[in-house]
Ligand binder design. Structure first.
Ligand code: GLA
Length: 351
C-alpha cells in the first residue's frame, strides 16, 4: 500500500504515511505530520537497500521529539536572536524556544503541525506528494497568514526533489528548510564521523555562544571548517578551534560559493564502506551543516535504536541564520503578492 495510517493525533485527526517508489526500487516515506521524511531506502555498492535517515517508528515519537527528525522546519529555519526583528519599522517578538533565541519556527513550528495533502501520485515514474500548511497571522509571533506548499518528487535518477512555494497576505519572513538527519552507512548504530563531506563554499558565518551569527563571513581556508575538498568529518571535529567548541561540533552555516537563485551543487556526502553518496543541490544562499551534536543516546528511534551523538548529520539548505537582524545577509522578507520559491535536490548514487 502506498498510503497507510501512521497514527492518530490526541485530537483524533489521522496522520498518513505516503510511499514514493521509483523503478529502480528507491523508496521514500513521508508523513503529513511535520511533512516529515520517515525513511529513505537506497542501495549500497552491492545493491543492498538500507534506510539512510533517522526517525521514529511511530507518531508518538514525532509528537514528543525535540530533534526535528525529517521534518520541514519553519517559518524560520534556524535561529533569530532573542526572537525579535523589525520589519517595515515595526518590532515583532517571536516565541523563544532555544535559550533566549527563536529556533526553527518556535514552540509549535511547521514540524509539529498536521499538513494537508494536496496531491499524491504514487503511480507515475516520478511519484510525488504535495503537502500544504497554512500558518495563521500571529502564529508564534509572526505577522501575516502564510501558505506554504512543499512538493516531494522522487525522480527516475534516484533524486529526491523538494520544491517549496510560499505566499503571504502581509509582509513577513519565511525561511523553511528540510531537517533530515542522514547516515549513509546502512546502520544507525554507526556515527557519521567516517563519512566524507565536500561543501561548495569558501566562507561560513561564525557564531557567538548562543549560535547566533556575528554578522561576519569568515574564510574557511586554514580552519577545520574547510570542506572545499572532500574531507572526513571526524578528522577535525574535536579540534580546540573556538567555533567547534561553541557548536559542540559542526553546527554552522556555510555560504555557498555561487549566488543563489539558480539550482547548483552545494554539497557532496560519501560513505566509503557502503559506497553510498548523496549530492545536495539547491538555489538557496547557504547550508547549515549540523553533526547531530545534541543527540545523546536517550531517545529510541526506529527499530529501538538509541541514537548516539553524531549518528546523523543535517545539510539544511537555507538563508543565513538571523538574517532579519543582519541587513548585510540575503533578505528573507516575503511580501503580499510575492512568491517564495526554493528547490533542493538530494541525489543518491554509489561510487
Ligand atoms: C539545527 C540547529 C542545531 C539544532 C538542530 C536541532 O541544525 O542549528 O543547533 O538545534 O537544528 O536539534
Amino acid at each position: 500500500m502506498s498510503t497507510s495510517i501512521f497514527g492518530k493525533l490526541p485530537d483524533g485527526r489521522e496522520v498518513y504515511q505516503y510511499r514514493l517508489k521509483n523503478a529502480s526500487g528507491m523508496t521514500v516515506q513521508i508523513i503529513n505530520y511535520g511533512a516529515a521524511i520517515t525513511s529513505i531506502l537506497v542501495p549500497d555498492r552491492s545493491g543492498q537497500f538500507d534506510d539512510v535517515v533517522l526517525g521514529y517508528d511511530n507518531l508518538q515519537g514525532y509528537i514528543n521529539g525535540t530533534t526535528y527528525f525529517g521534518a520541514i522546519v519553519g517559518r524560520y529555519g534556524n535561529r533569530i536572536a532573542k526572537g525579535s526583528f523589525q520589519l517595515d519599522g515595526k518590532e515583532y517578538q517571536l516565541a523563544t524556544n532555544n535559550g533566549d533565541n527563536h529556533l526553527h519556527g518556535g514552540k509549535i513550528g511547521f514540524n509539529k503541525v498536521l499538513w494537508e495533502t494536496r496531491s499524491f501520485d504514487a503511480g507515475s515514474p516520478e511519484p510525488s506528494l504535495q503537502l500544504q500548511y497554512v500558518s495563521r497571522d500571529g502564529e508564534e509571533g509572526y505577522p501575516g497568514t502564510v501558505t506554504l506548499k512543499v512538493t516531494y518528487t522522487l525522480t527516475a535518477r534516484n533524486e529526491l526533489r523538494v520544491n517549496y512555494e510560499g505566499t503571504t497576505d502581509k509582509a513577513t519572513i519565511l525561511n523553511p528548510t528540510q531537517h533530515s538527519y542522514f547516515n549513509l552507512s546502512g546502520s544507525l548504530h554507526n556515527t557519521i564521523l567516517s563519512h566524507l563531506l565536500m561543501i561548495e563554499s569558501e566562507g561560513f558565518t561564525p557564531v557567538d555562544k548562543g549560535l547566533i551569527p556575528t554578522g561576519e563571513i569568515a574564510p574557511v581556508a586554514g580552519t577545520p571548517m574547510d570542506f572545499r575538498t572532500a574531507t572526513v568529518i571526524g578528522a577535525r571535529i574535536n579540534d580546540s578551534y573556538q567555533q567547534l567548541v561553541l557548536g559542540k561540533g559542526y553546527d554552522h552555516n556555510w555560504v555557498l560559493k555561487t549566488p543563489p537563485g539558480t539550482v547548483r551543487k552545494a554539497a557532496d556526502l560519501y560513505e566509503p564502506i557502503s559506497g553510498r553518496a548523496m549530492e545536495v543541490f539547491t538555489d538557496e544562499p547557504g547550508v547549515q551543516f549540523y553533526t547531530g551534536n545534541f543527540l545523546d543516546g536517550t531517545v529510541a528511534g526506529k527499530n529501538n535504536i538509541y541514537y548516539q551523538q553524531r549518528t546523523g548529520l543535517c545539510l539544511e539548505t537555507q538563508a543565513f541564520p538571523d538574517s532579519p537582524n543582519k541587513p548585510q545577509f540575503p533578505s528573507t522578507t516575503l511580501r503580499s503578492g510575492q512568491v517564495y520559491r526554493q528547490t533542493t535536490i538530494y541525489k543518491f548514487s554509489t561510487r
